[in-house]
Design a protein around this ligand. Structure first.
Ligand SMILES: [Zn+2]
Length: 150
């Protein structure tokens, strides 16, 4: 792309002023871009902190009372907040399971509580039952070495 054309002013003083304005604008391009990056990084760090606290608040409620499960963090809030694992158990046979939220084939804006009715226990499923999952905690890592338990 051709450089932008600025008509040259007739007076020498105006030419000098224009040159200064252009140099200033070019310098500010970099300054503002750098500031935007810094604020964006600070903002992202604050959002991460808020997401972490949202998960911890939900965990405290689950531990203390186990309900209500709604409101809860979303999948992407849990992952961003450092809690990418959902510990649960089958409400019928009590089989425990850890779910890797990042590996779920669901929109990242899905609320964690919404998974209770959607994640099925394979043992009960084979027995022809479809009990809901009891959600326990969000966790930083799985309770199981291999990342899954069946
Ligand atoms: Zn079950």
């Amino acid at each position: 792309m051709a450089p932008k054309y600025h008509p040259t002013p007739l007076s020498g003083g105006d030419r000098k002023a224009q040159k200064k304005e252009l140099a200033g604008a070019r310098a500010m391009t970099t300054v503002f871009a750098r500031q935007a990056e810094e604020f964006r990084a600070k903002g992202e760090a604050l959002i991460r902190k808020a997401d972490k606290l949202t998960c911890e608040s939900w965990n405290e409620r689950m531990w203390a009372d186990g309900e209500p499960i709604d409101p809860s963090p979303t999948i992407d809030q849990a992952i961003n907040g450092g809690y990418p694992w959902l510990e649960l158990e089958c409400s019928r046979c009590k089989t425990p399971n850890d779910i890797d939220l990042a590996a779920l084939q669901r929109p990242s804006t899905t609320f964690v509580y919404d998974l209770a009715g959607k994640l099925r226990c394979w043992k009960c499923h084979r027995a022809g039952k479809r009990p809901a999952a009891t959600l326990l905690q969000l966790a930083a890592r799985t309770r199981y070495d291999d990342g899954r338990r069946e």
